[in-house]
Ligand binder design. Sequence first.
Ligand SMILES: NC(=O)C1=CN([C@@H]2O[C@H](COP(=O)(O)OP(=O)(O)OC[C@H]3O[C@@H](n4cnc5c(N)ncnc54)[C@H](OP(=O)(O)O)[C@@H]3O)[C@@H](O)[C@H]2O)C=CC1
Ligand SMILES: Nc1nc(=O)c2c([nH]1)NC[C@@H]1CN(c3ccc(C(=O)N[C@@H](CCC(=O)O)C(=O)O)cc3)C=[N+]21
Length: 281
Amino acid sequence: MTARIIDGKLVAERLRAGLAARIATLPFRPGLRVVRVGDDPASGIYVRNKDRAAAAAGFDSATLHLPATTTEAELLAVIARLNADPAVDGILVQLPLPPQIRAEAAIDAVDPAKDVDGFHPLNAGRLASGQPGLMPCTPKGVMHLLREAGASLRGARALVLGRSQIVGRPMAQLLLGADCTVTIAHSRTRDLAAECRRAEIFVAAVGRPEMVRGDWVAEGAIVIDVGINRTAAGKLVGDVAFAEAAARAAAITPVPGGVGPMTIACLLENTLEAALARRQG
Ligand SMILES: NC(=O)C1=CN([C@@H]2O[C@H](COP(=O)(O)OP(=O)(O)OC[C@H]3O[C@@H](n4cnc5c(N)ncnc54)[C@H](OP(=O)(O)O)[C@@H]3O)[C@@H](O)[C@H]2O)C=CC1
Ligand SMILES: Nc1nc(=O)c2c([nH]1)NC[C@@H]1CN(c3ccc(C(=O)N[C@@H](CCC(=O)O)C(=O)O)cc3)C=[N+]21
């Protein structure tokens, strides 16, 4: 089998065009503020792409770039100001943060109604309880791509490789909500390759370049590669060995041009959703 390539860039463009059309009818511009502390290079790509996409879709978007020496108290003060600002609908605190700042403290400080990352424990709890709320952008983007690929999810065996707070866990919750039979694999999983081979829907979010080999992939599986890893040569590669996996999968996402652009489109979708909920009750 040779896999169909799921074009995340194209799906993201369509999603953003739909958001732009809805925003054009509103009497206000949804406000997004990204807070970046220091100069983590991976965050640089994300912030640049996001700024461009937000402006083009009609958002009132800005990035607050704080020095790497910012204290936790200073960051919390910035977040408090954004929480109180009525023009701000969405707040994203870019991760990772420098070592003197606890990520948990920053995440907990964001008003859950403005938490467009969906990382606040209230929103994570809503997701785990099957209640509506702001959902993390990357897993939400993956669900869009699975629908786009025509995946039949009800009763399907899904495996999520990775159990991080920001990708793996919420991903598993969304798949469960879509009636998949979900396995979560991680660094302590026994017989990892055999577990992976059972999956009809395979989502890799492990952060290890090309760790998933072709023979870990079931014939006809749908493979979603969340990983974004930069090689020594400066090239971006996913968590999946693409050519090997594509020889067995029914459909697969590339890196770049797969999940990454969907994360940004879903961030904008969440910002519009937060704005409508806040301003129109
Ligand atoms: N496309 C996008 O928009 C985004 C992409 N990413 C990318 O996704 C990837 C994952 O990110 P994130 O979830 O934040 O990463 P984390 O490092 O937080 O989590 C990695 C997970 O993978 C597991 N893991 C690590 N090594 C192994 C191994 N050898 N075998 C099995 N499991 C392993 C860890 O297990 P354990 O819990 O046991 O330690 C952990 O649960 C990265 O490449 C990141 O750059 C992230 C966010 C957005
Ligand atoms: N609070 C917070 N929320 C996040 O969602 C968050 C974060 N912090 N920290 C960093 C990670 C990483 N991340 C990316 C999103 C999109 C691309 C992206 O657009 N990638 C494109 C382009 C890559 C390129 O051209 O270099 C692609 O994969 O095609 C990359 C990386 C969001 N993250």
